[in-house]
Design a protein around this ligand. Structure first.
Ligand code: UDP
Length: 242
């Protein structure tokens, strides 16, 4: 069976990489993700990845502790590059060709972000990992995911989280919370549902890019989702409870 998508963007939060650790990177988790990504790329799907940095540093936290917000955000962006390089290493150990492109130039360790070059890498079957967010403070890696997806013409964004989709209330606090099978961008925005930040959702809405939110807790889910199995919640359809 041929895969459902030709080109996808996977958003991995920094927190996803730390597994059960309180901070940093769990190499076993990164290897597990890399092995799933390997299966997807071997099925012929072009994959771009945006990684977060929350496992290492978050600008907002730094600012809350008295740092200059822009400086703290730049540190957060640099943190994402460590994650990007870690993921690159894990993929290359599995013999998958990759490129890291950063929005802040770090030419000794990664290519600078060049849209056309990124697209060429994807066409050649290389996994492109975008580091350093958008290169701008006051943004997030979710917004970066929406921006890069639009730029590289990705058909869909996969947002890997700790929850198995989008609920109408916090399922950890409210056992009656209902999970959406799908919902509109506007519904996610007006109800402030935990999908992505509002800038990211608005960008996806304007560019008609669906966001599929799914859980990383179940091994194999990256593979299932990216190969087109219907799991999690899709933002960008009509409102439907599952
Ligand atoms: N960041 C930024 N601009 C961007 C992307 C990220 O300033 O375009 C900074 C911001 O401080 C953020 C940090 O990088 O807190 C790490 O990214 P994020 O919090 O989005 O990571 P995640 O929550 O996905 O782990």
């Amino acid at each position: 069976m041929s895969p459902k998508y030709r080109r996808v963007l996977l958003k991995l939060s920094g927190e996803a990489l730390m597994g059960d650790m309180p901070y940093g990177i769990d190499p076993k988790i990164v290897q597990a993700f890399a092995s799933e990504i390997t299966q997807v790329i071997r099925a012929g799907v072009q994959i771009a990845i945006v990684v977060g940095g929350g496992n290492i540093f978050r600008g907002m936290k730094g600012a809350a502790a008295g740092m200059d917000r822009a400086t703290a955000d730049y540190i957060g962006m640099i943190a994402t590059v460590m994650n990007a390089m870690t993921l690159q290493d894990a993929l290359e150990q599995m013999e998958i060709p990759t490129r890291v492109q950063t929005a802040i130039a770090m030419q000794e360790v990664a290519e600078p972000y060049i849209r056309r070059r990124a697209m060429r890498h994807l066409e050649k079957g290389r996994v492109v990992i975008f580091g350093a967010g958008s290169g701008n403070p006051f943004f997030t890696t979710d917004t970066t995911a929406a921006l890069r997806a639009a730029e590289i013409d990705a058909e869909v964004i996969f947002k890997a989280t700790k929850v198995d989709g989008v609920y109408d209330d916090d399922p950890r606090k409210n056992p009656q919370a209902r999970r959406y099978k799908s919902l509109t961008y506007t519904h996610a925005l007006t109800h402030n549902l935990a999908v992505m930040d509002s800038t990211a959702i608005a960008l996806c809405k304007d560019n008609n890019i669906p966001i599929i939110v799914f859980s990383l807790n179940e091994p194999g889910n990256i593979c299932r989702a990216l190969l087109g199995e219907s799991i999690g919640t899709i933002v960008g359809g009509s409102c439907e409870i599952s």
